[in-house]
Design a protein around this ligand. Structure first.
Ligand code: SRM
Ligand code: SF4
Length: 577
């Protein structure tokens, strides 16, 4: 007879780290105080993620330092949450100033509408996080096995509904934050940022939190700029007679996979049901609780909510949700998306204020000799009276500008060469590249430092084909984790080894279809050679209004991917080679 202890599968070791951490305290404080090393312990490294902090090292100098028997060049990444991507000019100036104390002296605008500061030395970490909190922002739950920064279509201009949706976003974001006092104890010298008792204060998460990270996004059709189907839980605003009627709720999206492991795959969310604005928060809480109770705590590669939905089925999730809510939800209502991209240039908002969409290559705010972006953004933040909105495409909107202030902003944009959206090709304007090297410890190949150069090479072909201004979505990542949502690129590049990428084609322009592997392990030259005839073919034979991703399927370069569980099937012989 098999005893319970023999038959129960062994939980992943991170479950023990969480459980024994005294609600995310671990020995982080002791580790920070240890001046003999620039690093912290591996277990604490898992816990600091919940606090929005990752330990990293500069991979550009790793082998050189190894040769000289030096420790790795350790530093930390802090991710700063901005629900819906909104920051004030004052907050921008704080981040700008903090970046000056970081090894890389840059601000990164992420694909989930957050700020990242890379290269913080251990000794500066506490003061950095304190300054972030003093400016009414937080790094809490920017990472870790909890709900992360809640995303929202950041464009304030389309309708008053946007403001209403943003209010729901902020309520859910705040409601799903971990409640442990550990964060304030460690980073804010014990200041209490939450009400409640000092003891157990995790009514939703409990002491082992979630099996894995959890992500929520809100989209407002016709724009799907947040890639709502890539998220664990999504809300698609339903606007009827100019009013917010509610949301179609989506469940089970996610991008990450592992090369060579077909049990892992990107998956687009299913549309589950409709909820009213008043029900949205309870829906989020109960979906998170379902994942807490049913998610896989044994195999972290199978622990995302997308696998819970895939394995148990969307009907099970709906029934379980309704049981926990104590009421039935209505069926989903019609919706339609037109694109996942951003709008550039000036657009007047429904409130009469103006919004300027800027293209920020790779989301990297940095001073380069030819383009002093960081100084330019600082100069704008010093005079701007509205807000900033980070987009899910790593771009930036200078929001809520009064008509009389437009000329002043324009002059600064021109002076600091922030108006690259005017000259960038359609392909460049629609690019996303994840960070990858030198900071990302998981990168197998370059991404942020590679994609702009590839796009320059491809622009020569686009020019020849007359496609310079056509919007074509290209996305790259340095590994298959999918931080730049590459499986939703009409062209997707995913790093395999240094200098080689898997080339994917055929995602839907509105973010409703995954792409498919076209060629495996190809070099830069091979990518250009492979794409050249396809671009020329597209220019010559596309139907009126036909998108590149649809064309490559109609022309049989790749088969369509109807669902995540078919991502690895229906490959052509050359893709398998
Ligand atoms: Fe990500 C891990 C960067 C959005 C899927 N991601 C990482 C880490 C922290 C590497 C690590 O664990 O050591 C990267 C830090 C690199 C660096 O130096 O900055 C990293 N992810 C990023 C950012 C900064 C990419 C960017 O260029 O903007 C994005 C930060 C978002 C934010 O503000 O929260 C970022 N990551 C995403 C997205 C896109 C999204 O959510 O829309 C995904 C795919 C969607 C999803 O979650 O399925 C994503 N990141 C991952 C994964 C794979 C998760 C999985 O299910 O397998 C990892 C690795 C992991 O969790 O084990 C990862
Ligand atoms: Fe790093 Fe991979 Fe994410 Fe790129 S996709 S940032 S290489 S984990």
């Amino acid at each position: 007879m098999i005893s319970d202890s023999e038959s129960a599968p062994k939980l992943h070791k991170n479950e023990g780290i969480k459980s024994n951490s005294n609600y995310l305290r671990g020995t982080i404080l002791e580790g920070l105080a240890d001046v003999s090393t620039g690093a912290i312990s591996a277990d604490d490294g898992q816990l600091t993620k919940f606090h929005g902090v990752y330990q990293q090292d500069d991979r550009d100098v790793r082998s050189e330092r190894r040769k000289h028997r030096l420790d790795k060049a350790y530093s930390f990444l802090a991710r700063i949450c901005l629900p819906g991507g909104i920051a004030t000019p004052e907050q921008w100036l704080v981040i700008d100033e903090l970046a000056n104390y970081c090894a890389f002296n840059t601000i990164k605008l992420t694909t989930r509408q957050a700020f990242q500061l890379h290269g913080i030395l251990k000794g500066n970490l506490k003061q950095t996080i304190k300054s972030v909190n003093d400016a009414m922002m937080t790094t809490l739950a920017a990472c870790g096995d909890v709900n992360r920064n809640v995303m929202c279509n950041p464009n304030p201009f389309t309708s008053a509904v946007h403001e209403e949706v943003q209010a729901v976003v902020e309520a859910i974001d705040s409601h799903l934050k971990p409640q442990t006092p550990a964060y304030s104890e460690i980073w804010l010298d014990g200041e209490k940022i939450t009400s409640g008792e000092d003891e157990v204060v995790e009514p939703l998460y409990g002491k082992t939190y979630l099996p894995r990270k959890f992500k929520i996004a809100f989209a407002i059709p016709p724009r799907n700029d947040v890639d709502v189907f890539a998220h664990c839980l999504g809300y698609i605003a339903v606007v009827e007679d100019g009013k917010l009627a509610g949301f179609n709720v989506t469940v089970g999206g996610g991008m990450g996979m592992t090369h060579g492991n077909e049990k892992t795959f990107p998956r687009l969310a299913d549309v589950l049901a409709f909820c009213t604005p008043d029900q949205a928060l309870a829906v989020a809480e109960q979906i998170v609780a379902i994942q807490r109770d049913f998610g896989d705590r044994v195999d972290r590669a199978h622990a995302r909510f997308k696998y819970t939905v895939e394995d148990r089925g969307v009907e099970f999730i709906r029934a379980e949700l309704e049981k926990r809510l104590g009421y039935q939800l209505e069926d989903a209502r019609p919706y339609a998306f037109a694109s996942t991209g951003d709008r550039y240039g000036w657009v007047e908002g429904s409130n009469g204020k103006w919004n300027l969409g800027l293209f920020i290559e790779g989301g990297r705010i940095i001073d380069r000799e030819d383009a002093p972006l960081k100084s330019g953004m600082k100069a704008i933040a010093q005079v701007h009276k509205g807000d900033f909105r980070l987009t899910a495409n790593q771009n930036l909107i200078i929001g809520n500008v009064a008509a009389e202030d437009k000329a002043g902003i324009d002059a600064l944009v021109k002076e600091y060469k922030l108006d690259t959206y005017k000259t960038a090709s359609g392909l460049r304007r629609n690019q996303i590249a994840c960070v990858a090297l030198p900071t990302c410890g998981l990168a197998l190949a370059e991404s942020e430092r590679y994609l702009p150069n590839l796009v320059s090479d491809l622009e020569v072909i686009l020019e020849e084909a007359g496609l310079q201004q056509d919007d074509i979505i290209i996305r790259s990542t340095g590994c298959p984790n999918g931080c730049g949502r590459p499986y939703l690129g009409e062209i997707g590049l995913v790093g395999k080894v240094p200098g080689k990428y898997n080339l994917y084609l055929g995602a839907g322009f509105g973010g409703e279809r995954l792409n498919k592997l076209y060629r495996s392990s190809v070099t830069n030259e091979e990518i250009i050679e492979l794409l050249r005839p396809i671009f020329l073919h597209y220019a010559k034979e596309r139907n009126e209004g036909e998108r590149f991703g649809d064309f490559v399927i109609r022309s049989e370069y790749v088969k369509a991917t109807p669902a995540g569980n078919r991502f690895h099937s229906d490959l052509s012989e050359s893709a398998k080679a």
